[in-house]
Write a protein that binds this ligand. Sequence first.
Ligand SMILES: [Zn+2]
Length: 144
Amino acid sequence: MSAHGEDCFYCAKDERLYRLMVEICKLETSTLFLFREQTYRGRCVVALNAHETELFRLDRETLCAFSRDVAKTAAALQRAFGAAKINYAIYGDLVSHLHYHVVPKHKDGHNWGEPFAVQPSPAKHLSEEGYKEVITTIKEHLSG
Ligand SMILES: [Zn+2]
């Protein structure tokens, strides 16, 4: 069963969402969020604006736009943080609303050569000022 409406925090946009991430900006067909857990500096989520649960259910135009949004985000993260590789992940067993985890990886950094940890322990949280700084850096590179 796919969650929808008030059951889905990407649709409800309530405290469940904002506890996990900070909105950065709207993209073509999605919304870009900074993930509060920042073990991988610049880690973001790109969430489709519409409640859809599988890529194969998207019409061609939305699928292309969503891909462009993810690519634009990844390019910005690469430029902003000098990542050696960007990792992309869609899971959604529990939160089925389509969202990509977009995660910068460094050769001397966490989990190089293996999948990034979805929920690293210990978690690395920043101050509100720290989040603002990362978001400003990402925004500069999104527009550039
Ligand atoms: Zn939803």
